[in-house]
Ligand binder design. Sequence first.
Ligand SMILES: Nc1ncnc2c1ncn2[C@@H]1O[C@H](COP(=O)(O)OP(=O)(O)O)[C@@H](O)[C@H]1O
Ligand SMILES: [Mg+2]
Length: 220
Amino acid sequence: MLKVEDLGYWYDRQENSLFEHVNLNFESATSYAIVGQSGSGKTTFLSLLAGLDKPRAGQITLNGDPINQIGLTNYRKSHVSIVFQSYNLLTYMSPLNNLMTAMAITNSSHRGDKQYAQEMLRKLGLTDEQMTKNVQRLSGGQQQRVAIARTMVCDAKLVVADEPTGNLDEANTRDVIQLFQKIAHEQQKCVIIVTHEPDVAAACDQSYRLAKHEFKLEQV
Ligand SMILES: Nc1ncnc2c1ncn2[C@@H]1O[C@H](COP(=O)(O)OP(=O)(O)O)[C@@H](O)[C@H]1O
Ligand SMILES: [Mg+2]
C-alpha cells in the first residue's frame, strides 16, 4: 500500500544524513513498529510518511501514486491520520466535537453522523458526560483515546503515530495498543507506530529498527 523507494533525508548536509537508500513496503491490515535510539531519525521518517516534510532523495508512493503527485495537502487531508504523543486535540472543544470536526474536514463517509461518533467514543470507554465536556478536563489516557477515535471515524487508510503511549501508564498503554491492533485488523488500515517501548513494539505485527542509518526488520 505505502511504498518507500530509495528514501533519503538529512537536515543540513548529505554527509550527515539520518538515512539513505531506504526501501520499505507497508501493507494494509498490518501494524508496524519503528524503534531506534533517541535522535536516530524516527520522528523525521514518520513526518515524511505523513506528508509533513519532503524527502531529500527518493519517493513515497501510495498505491502506486507518488504522494507529491497526490499533493501533500490533499494527501494529509484524505489519506493519512496522525496520532501524536501530546494528543493534539482541539482543546477548546469536546471529544464529540473533535470527532465531528475531523469527519467534516476530511470529508469522511460518516460526516455529520453524530450517533456514529458517539458510538465510537462509547466503545472506547468514554461516558456520555465525558464526551461533551472540554477535552482538557479528561485524563491523558482518555485524551489519547479521543485522538485514536478520531482516526477511526475518518476514512484514511494510513494511520501514523509518534510515541502515542509516551505519556501513558501501563494500563492505558495496553488499551491504546489494542485499539491500534483493531484499527489494523478490523478496519484493514496500515498502522505505523514509532515507539521506544519494547512492549509496544512486540505487540505490533512487524517491527523495524532504525540504527546506523538503516531500517532492519526485527524478530518480535
Ligand atoms: N528541524 C531540525 N533541524 C535540524 N536538525 C533536526 C531537526 N529536527 C531534528 N533534528 C535532528 O535530527 C536527528 C533526528 O531527530 P528525530 O527525527 O526527532 O529523532 P527521533 O525521533 O528518533 O528521536 C536528531 O539529531 C535531531 O537533533
Ligand atoms: Mg521522536
